[in-house]
Design a protein around this ligand. Sequence first.
Ligand SMILES: Cc1cc2nc3c(=O)[nH]c(=O)nc-3n(C[C@H](O)[C@H](O)[C@H](O)COP(=O)(O)OP(=O)(O)OC[C@H]3O[C@@H](n4cnc5c(N)ncnc54)[C@H](O)[C@@H]3O)c2cc1C
Length: 388
Amino acid sequence: MNPLDHLQWPFFDEHHTRFASKLEAWAASNVADHHGADVDAQCRQMVRTLGAAGWLAPAVAGREYGGAAPSIETRSICLAREILARHSGLADFAFAMQGLGSGAISLAGTPRQKERYLPRVVRGEAIAAFALSEPQAGSDVAAMQCAARIEGEHAILDGEKTWISNGGIADFYVVFARTGEAPGSRGISAFIVDADTPGLEIAERIEVIAPHPLARLRFSNCRIPLSQRIGAAAEGFKIAMRTLDVFRTSVAAAALGFGRRAMAEALGRATRRQMFGGVLADFQLTQASLAQMATTLDSATLLTYRAAWQRDQGRSVTREAAMAKLAATEGAQKVIDAAVQIWGGLGVVSEQPVERLYREIRALRIYEGATEVQQLIIARELLKDPGA
Ligand SMILES: Cc1cc2nc3c(=O)[nH]c(=O)nc-3n(C[C@H](O)[C@H](O)[C@H](O)COP(=O)(O)OP(=O)(O)OC[C@H]3O[C@@H](n4cnc5c(N)ncnc54)[C@H](O)[C@@H]3O)c2cc1C
């Protein structure tokens, strides 16, 4: 089963096929799925390796800053994430966070901000992070409390952010804080905070089931020049949503990568495992499971690349991206669970590929909008025009 068969589908141009084939060949010989104990060092190294090989270019916008195209192309970031996730969760994470962490700068930064940050992000020399969530504001982002008060030419940040990927190893954080121009989502601005700014500290490192750098940040009287604000005052919420809009479909693509790896592992094991005078794949119950897995993956792949293609046409993808994320993350979880079942006892042994995938997939159903949030988005879009 060729994991890149879907490149024959009509969503792609020739340059996507070339890009995906090259990345696939590179990842097969340069990316290992087994990670050591020091996840921070591994992540830093992965960012440098991806940057040195040129693979971070699709994650930022603007050729003059090292980006692959004038704006971020959704199909390219989806292909990159799907391929990297199939080989290594950490490689996918490193790629995704360079894009998500610098996405607000790509979308709404000043030329000076872009010149200062984006080329280093692309080369893998500066690690980026996106700091939106707070202990009391996860799904309900507009409830955020982290505040930035303006004093002359500076903003003074006070408050906390949590679940921040790359927290502790990032060189800069794009931080969303309440500036109070209006209540709720209309009073939030975005700022770039360099990691060594006095008043910013890592309050806690968070250990999760699929280890990667993650932290709670604390801002205490953290003073940054207003030239570090991204976009105008009170535009922060819109900028955060625009950034997530670019990257949401790519979460679906990462889930496909994990799911396809599980499918390959399941096929391999089912055709090798001797039992009852044959192999596991001889049995119709196994065949039914494999058929369901493949169908789940192809359906989710169609939804994912429909959303990516549609966004690259400049069309709105609110409903399509939500469907892609919902179907791919929930579907991949089922596929991976079925792969663990096919592997039997070996499937739950630490650091076996399917055991690792079982841990990797879980958070994707929660972050960048939990499954229930995607369901609400889809329903809201449907109900806007119920008679159609
Ligand atoms: C591994 C990981 C990495 C992350 N990285 C980042 C990052 O880099 N930057 C960042 O800013 N944030 C990050 N997050 C935070 C992530 O976006 C939040 O965890 C997510 O938004 C959910 O918020 P919460 O955890 O506070 O859950 P809550 O908001 O408390 O939600 C709990 C659960 O309630 C359910 N739910 C939510 N809304 C509804 C509803 N309307 N109706 C019914 N049920 C609902 C969902 O099942 C949800 O999982 C990360 C999270 C994880 C786990």
